[in-house]
Design a protein around this ligand. Structure first.
Ligand code: UD1
Length: 331
């Protein structure tokens, strides 16, 4: 039995491919390499192509006896999704629908979907549970929710049923412990890679988006989860479906919140140097505090995060220090 991982050359996808290989699973990766990296795919076959290419997806399923799919392939930049919405609807939703058509024909019946806590928008209370209302505040988040809903319908199909787990990630961060895979800071707007850049790149100035929020230190609170914990969650989600589990939507976070300032303090301790930053205005659309209720993941998937925030920062620091150009070599 082989698992098809779409977008397996991307940041979270590549860590998941390794977790699956470590647990003895056979894996085939399908990735356009538009935003992924060939070098990130370790110990698995990489097929370069698009999930919307129905004959290709059918061929991969037939030739490899695919019975389950983990679907990462999507665009994920919130800002870009507001400027080029059609690109997001087309790649994240229409292409996924095309692939799901083929998977249904090919009798694939297990599907793990890379969703996002962004579907909650600004949560009405924390910790956020899966039963809280969804309120996407970006086109990116809309596309994630749309696919979740489509998967909900497919699990009710009277013909071929597709059971799925949609994992709503909180803030993924960090790199692999052995320093082989990580994120490319040039293509990320997220806090951890930017803090690393401020530590390691001369003249890069980090901006803190607001220090007047109603939190103990005035900065926003988020739930940072180690990318290797996140990868393990996918392996658990597959095990859950393999043992007959029903369609599920599940938060994947640590359950505890960290403020921007707390994260910077820890990065300074680990790096042994100050992080240069300036306080800027609030970023539009930033909720004050978001962290997960993780009890459902523990109950249904038997999964819980095991890595500390310090492991996130240490691994990210190690990775960026040695890979300032991502996977491209330093000239
Ligand atoms: C991110 C993703 C979102 C994803 C969510 C997980 C983006 C833009 N957003 O949101 O798609 O679903 O995680 O739930 O990728 N910050 C600064 N300075 C910076 C960068 C960030 O102060 O240069 C602050 C932000 O204001 C925020 C926190 O750091 O309070 C985290 O920001 P970020 O890493 O961008 O993640 P989210 O906005 O939480």
């Amino acid at each position: 039995m082989t698992v098809l991982v779409t977008g397996g050359a991307g940041y979270i996808g590549a860590h998941t491919v390794r977790a699956l290989r470590d647990s003895g699973k056979k894996v085939v990766v399908l990735d356009t390499l538009e935003r992924g990296n060939r070098e990130a795919v370790i110990d698995a076959e990489l097929i370069i192509g698009d999930v919307a290419d129905q004959s290709l997806v059918a061929k991969i399923c037939r030739e490899n006896g695919i019975s389950s799919v983990i679907h990462f392939a999507a665009y994920k930049a919130v800002g870009e999704s507001m400027v080029e919405p059609e690109k997001y609807w087309s790649n994240n939703v229409a292409a996924t629908e095309k692939m799901l058509d083929v998977l249904t024909d090919q009798r694939v019946d297990k599907f793990v979907f890379s969703s996002s806590a962004a579907v909650y928008g600004t949560p009405s209370s924390t910790p956020v549970t899966e039963n809280d209302p969804t309120n996407p505040e970006s086109v990116y988040a809309e596309t994630k929710l749309a696919v979740e809903k489509l998967l909900g319908s497919l699990s009710q199909n009277t013909g071929h049923r597709l059971r799925s787990v949609s994992l709503r990630y909180f803030n993924a961060a960090g790199a692999s412990k052995d320093n082989k895979i990580g994120e490319d800071w040039s293509s990320s707007q997220n806090l951890v890679p930017r803090v690393m850049r401020a530590l390691l790149e001369k003249d890069f100035k980090l901006e803190i988006f607001g220090d007047d929020y109603p939190t103990p230190d005035g900065t926003c609170v988020r739930d940072y989860i180690h990318v290797e914990d996140l990868a393990d969650a996918h392996a658990r989600a597959l095990d859950y479906l393999d043992s007959g589990g029903e369609t599920l939507v599940c938060n994947i976070g640590t359950g505890s919140g960290t403020s921007v300032m707390q994260l910077i303090d820890l990065a300074e301790k680990i790096a042994g140097q100050k992080v240069p930053y300036r306080i800027a205005g609030r970023r539009a659309g930033d909720p004050v505090s978001v962290f997960a209720d993780v009890s459902l993941a523990e109950k249904k998937l038997g999964w819980k995060a095991t890595r500390e925030l310090s492991a996130i920062i240490e691994s990210a620091y190690n990775w960026h220090r040695t890979h300032p150009n991502g996977y491209r070599r330093k000239n």
